[in-house]
Design a protein around this ligand. Structure first.
Ligand SMILES: [Zn+2]
Length: 263
């Protein structure tokens, strides 16, 4: 009798131990509080470091989450990888289709330094619009936001963009942006191609007008095109920025193709 009891106790003890170990493995490997060091320790215990390297490649060690102290957390690493994946998609869309066939129409820097603080996307390389007319390709809101300025004399519209997601902090200079779209009118017939009103809320991709040839200050500028600028409005005076990281297309390359984006 005593022997049977002792055997039973041994079986119960072994079963409990196995259950406890399984539970531990479950919590460490699959539980929410797993850390890289805990998993590494587990693999070391089971003499299977190669497996650890396969699941958590060495590269994950350089990715430290914010406020992590010394220990790289696997959850933090996953979070940062996710942030990088999302932020590799530019926050804005390309506002209009066309090309930049003349170098003076590329982005060069602030107007205050005598430079061109935006890009001019031409509907066609000969400077004319659709079917040789004065109206060009459609213009879409590059960002969601509010129409804060309209100046018909130059066919201008400004959109104050919604504050961009902080996941973009590392890849763009500012999260507080205003976009400017210019020349959306006909210099000769005075037709205005602007489709939005002051104070209107627009969503990214909404049609806001058409490329035109009206320019208030320069005759040379009267080709059918869209002037597009991106400004950092978190500083005073507002600072023109290279639109490239915002739209994902080079704004300093001659004959660059621009294809209006759809989100
Ligand atoms: Zn321009």
């Amino acid at each position: 009798m005593e022997k049977i009891f002792s055997k039973l106790m041994t079986i119960i003890f072994a079963a409990s131990l196995a259950l406890f170990i399984m539970l531990g493995v479950f919590v460490i490997v699959l539980g929410p509080k797993r850390t890289e060091s805990a998993i590494k320790a587990l693999f070391k215990l089971s003499n299977y470091e190669e497996g650890y390297q396969r699941i958590y490649p060495v590269a994950s060690k350089e990715i430290l989450p914010p406020d992590s102290g010394n220990e790289p957390s696997v959850l933090g690493a996953e979070y940062l990888r996710e942030v990088r994946d999302i932020s590799s998609v530019p926050p804005f869309i390309v506002p209009s289709s066309g090309t930049i066939p003349v170098s003076a129409f590329l982005y060069t820097g602030p107007l205050s330094e005598g430079k061109h603080e935006g890009i001019d996307i031409w509907t066609s390389v000969n400077g004319s619009g659709i079917d040789g007319g004065n109206k060009g390709n459609p213009v879409y809101a590059a960002c969601s936001g509010e129409v804060t300025y309209i100046w018909e004399a130059n066919g201008d519209v400004s959109i104050r963009c919604d504050t961009l997601d902080s996941i973009y902090t590392e890849v763009i200079p500012s999260l507080e942006i205003k976009t400017l779209y210019g020349h959306m009118a006909d210099q000769f017939s005075n037709e205005v191609y602007i489709n939005v009103a002051l104070g209107q809320r627009v969503e990214q991709g909404d049609l806001i007008g058409f490329q035109g040839n009206r320019c208030y200050w320069s005759l040379q500028n009267r080709v059918v095109h869209l002037h597009f600028s991106v400004y950092d409005v978190s500083v005073q005076p507002q600072k023109p920025l290279d639109p490239e990281p915002y739209i994902g297309v080079s704004c300093t390359t001659l004959n660059q193709d621009f294809v209006a984006g759809v989100k």
